[in-house]
Design a protein around this ligand. Sequence first.
Ligand code: 2GW
Ligand code: MN
Length: 298
Amino acid sequence: PMGICPETTMSLLKDNFTGVLRPWARPEVLTCTSWGAPIIWDGIFDPHVARQKAEQQNLTIGLTVFAVGRYLEKYLARFLETAEQHFMVGQRVVYYVFTERPDAVPGIALGPGRRLRVERVERERRWQDVSMARMRTLHAALGGRLGREASFVFCMDVDQYFRGTFGPEALAESVAQLHAWHYRWPLRLLPFERDERSAAALAPDEGDFYYHAAVFGGSVAALQRLTAHCARGLEQDRARGLEARWHDESHLNKFFWLHKPAKVLSPEYCWCPEIGPRAEIHRPRLLWAPKEYHLLRD
Ligand code: 2GW
Ligand code: MN
């Protein structure tokens, strides 16, 4: 289907609350936020039921990823190859790769109903700008072809790879990812931007969770609001000579404080292997790829 379809979004949400989720299956973790959004842990949904229900709705799911500079050779092929194995298998999927070198994008064998689109972007000079420019570019893409052909979109970092099923149980009007390093931390220690002059600032008593900008998603309309908010905040800060502590991630956290996500993904969905084994992390879906800062940040 073309364009945004609110009915589809709503019925999917309703199904998630009534049929698909069994939050009591994981009594040792928080499976619901204070505002009533489910937190998706392994075991609280039946992947087969989730997949069947989604297939009936005939959705097209977008997956955006930026691969600029050395990140293209280093991370993109593995990200896409493993997405073919694990991301929304059985659904219609359209990958959007943003890069300054479209010719260098590796050829990946795609399953039926899956396609890859490559969009050219300018290369920013500072690495912080590469990351932050994504919000502006995504906003434009959501207002264009991506927004017309997808009903839901996930926006992801490229420096990670899929290891387990990342299926339609993760879909919702707006979706935020719990940060693997911070989900056990007390609220007042979370690394939100605290400088009141920044558009991303949260007061000491504000904040629900610290969300990871490596994975966020939602309907096209919700993501247009999210990317517009973050792009505006980033520009406002820049005009004042400020840069938030964690760049675009700080602004994303401000957005989700003001506009609560409809669904939250447990750290199983984007896990950092360096943390080591933890009892509550059953089946990681994405794993952070190792970084070589000396190689990349110069
Ligand atoms: C970024 C930092 C340093 C050196 C290179 C880059 C870089 C990033 C690059 O050269 N080329 C590129 O395509 N990127 C894209 O930006 C790529 O998609 C990458 O995954 C994304 C974010 O940069 P990354 O993954 O190096 O940053 P992280 O893993 O520290 O990410 C968190 O914090 C960022 C802000 O500092 C973002 O909010 C990100 O979404 C967070 O996961
Ligand atoms: Mn990253």
